[in-house]
Design a protein around this ligand. Structure first.
Ligand code: FE2
Length: 591
């Protein structure tokens, strides 16, 4: 049975295809359209999925949308009417968006794909998050906790899942939910906006900034969020405006409590009182978010008596919170999928419909993130030769040894290998790799390659067998680090030798790599370890600030030519930048 999942019209549109119960491919629209966080109907992603699987739309048994659009419309309408006349400005906009896209999804899908309306199904937004987390994890029974900004009404759900053998079906039961406007995701996003970052995009910058601050304003943050005896919470909406208008997140009362917001165009100077106040603010909301999640997870552990927890929703991208949940909630194993956010809902919705609506038998889902378009090494060789660069085709061993030499010599390598990752993180197929040892390397990457804020840490990747030597991993930590979903301390004795990947608070968001998941990167780590004694590399996503992660070889090449990457790899093809090539001037030529 062939099931297509779609997420669209909010942020991070995506499509995913499940055939006979197993994912075949999945890709975020932004990787194809090259518009970061593209929220448009994912025409490109759908087309690529169908082409990749050699299917016509008529071959599909079902197309599943990742939320119930009528319920979402009801929520938008209800909130607008509740706050009328305060909402009169946002009301027409909300209506236009909803009427134009959100409500009429069935018609849009039907007309885009030409599939009959009866084949178009809807999964609840948090059911999609829950399925994306639970049905992709190597567990048969687990508690489930999802948290995001908002879907239809729910912002947090708790429940459990069971994959039963012998054709007895799959059950995902969401027991309770917290409803909009009370939302951990919106609380965090409000601080994201207050701190001058882009909402729904830059939340991870708040987490990065938090490490520079002290949670000295946690008491103030707790005025915004009141815990209830049943383990839930409510927000004091006097401090917020996101529920009444699309243009502002926080109210004048919020500003009274925390001081003037940051101007997005001014850099954060941590040497000043003002800069430190922003870092303290980030640390405070981060602390309150963690405490709330840990308490909810602990209560869920006690209630369910289960050993495994699956986390879904955009809030599960918060690796610091995830690590605390693992350490403090009582669960032995915590699983976070590579794409816990809304893009991942495309896969979650398809799996949910396959197992529950269509009643198909349980299947194991391969435990990796590589569901996107494959890179074409010949495309790289062609464009690089046309552009006058040095191109070599090397056999596997020679290539690995050469790249290890280059990394050990301080060069920066663009690394493309096989299928693109599904999810926001580069996990070894679209990565920029570098030596992790010096803070100069971190500064060089921020300045010449990623063009981004200097408080942003870089992440390391290491073979799973070596991880304990360099990082303090609790039981279950290596699993959480499989898709870079946890932040853990770097062992103190290694911090100066791993300065480029050690955050200011001594932690790192590492990836523990199993050989089978990305064998070429694994071999490279071994080769690098033979040269330097430390099989750890700095691994950052292959993109520059403001752009989606590269997908095709051509995009990798364009990025390579525009920034300070020294060498570029796709399959057996190695391109080494000529010293005389003035990279940045060629921006327009190859973009
Ligand atoms: Fe969501």
């Amino acid at each position: 049975m062939k099931v297509l999942g779609i997420s669209a019209h909010y942020h991070d549109s995506a499509a995913a295809l499940v055939v006979d119960g197993v994912p075949v491919c999945a890709v975020q629209e932004e990787r194809l359209s090259r518009r970061k966080n593209d929220a448009a109907f994912p025409t490109g992603a759908i087309e690529w999925c169908l082409n990749h699987a050699a299917l016509d739309p008529g071959d599909l048994d079902a197309v599943v949308f990742y939320e119930r659009s009528m319920l979402k419309f009801e929520r938008i309408l209800t909130c607008a009417l509740r706050s009328f006349p305060h909402s009169w400005r946002s009301f027409p906009n909300a209506m236009k968006n909803s009427l134009g896209e959100k409500v009429w999804v069935r018609g849009i899908i039907s007309s885009h794909l030409g599939v009959p309306r009866r084949k178009i199904l809807f999964a609840g937004h948090h059911q999609s998050h829950a399925a994306a987390a639970f049905l992709t994890a190597p567990t048969r029974r687990a508690a489930i906790l999802t948290a995001d900004g908002v879907g239809e009404w729910a912002t947090v759900t708790v429940g459990h899942g069971e994959r039963r053998p012998d054709g007895r079906g799959t059950a995902i039961t969401l027991l309770r939910e917290i409803r909009f406007p009370h939302s951990l995701g919106m609380l965090y996003s409000t601080f994201t906006a207050y701190l001058g970052f882009a909402v729904n995009e830059d939340e991870y910058k708040v987490m990065g900034l938090a490490a520079y601050g002290r949670p000295s304003m946690a008491a103030q943050v707790r005025k915004l969020i009141r815990r209830t005896p049943d383990g839930a919470f409510v927000l004091d909406m006097d401090y917020f405006e996101y529920h009444t208008t699309a243009t502002r997140s926080y109210s004048p009362r919020f500003v009274e409590l925390f001081g003037p917001p940051r101007n997005a165009y001014e850099p954060i100077d941590l040497e000043t009182t003002e800069g430190q106040r922003f870092a303290d603010c980030a640390a405070s909301v981060q602390r309150v978010l963690e405490d709330t999640l840990v308490d909810m997870a602990r209560a869920l552990h006690q209630e369910s008596g289960l050993t495994d927890l699956c986390l879904g929703g955009g809030v599960a991208l918060n690796g610091v919170a995830n690590a605390r949940i693992l350490a403090e909630s009582g669960f032995e194993r915590v699983f976070v999928p590579p794409a816990p956010g809304d893009a991942g809902c495309a896969l979650g919705a398809a799996l949910y419909a396959d197992r529950t609506y269509l009643g198909n038998p349980d299947r194991d889902v391969p435990d990796h993130p590589f569901w996107g378009p494959p890179v074409d090494p010949e495309e790289l060789a062609r464009v690089a030769r046309e552009d006058g660069q040095a191109v070599e085709e090397l056999d596997e061993t020679a290539l690995i040894e050469r790249i290890a030499d280059q990394l050990a010599a301080g060069r920066v390598v663009g690394w493309m290998d096989g299928a693109c990752e599904f999810g926001p993180r580069a996990l070894g197929h679209r990565s920029i790799l570098a030596a992790p040892h010096s803070s100069e390397m971190r500064d060089r990457l921020n300045r010449d390659i990623k063009y981004r804020e200097e408080f942003r840490p870089f992440a390391p990747v290491t073979p799973i067998e070596a991880a304990d030597r360099y990082f303090e991993l609790p039981p279950g930590g290596a699993r959480l680090a499989r898709f870079m979903s946890g932040v853990f301390p770097v062992r103190p004795e290694w911090r100066t030798r791993l300065a480029a990947i050690t955050h200011v608070d001594g932690t790192a968001r590492l990836q523990t790599l199993e050989r089978g998941m990305a064998p070429r990167l694994y071999a490279l780590l071994e080769a690098y370890g033979r040269r330097t004694g430390i099989p750890v590399l700095l691994n950052t996503s292959f993109n520059v600030a403001g752009e989606p992660i590269v997908n095709r070889a051509l995009e990798g090449y364009s990025t390579f030519r525009r920034c300070g990457i020294d060498a570029l790899v796709a399959g057996p093809t190695l391109v080494t930048k000529r010293a005389s090539a003035p990279a940045r001037r060629l921006k327009e030529e190859v973009a």
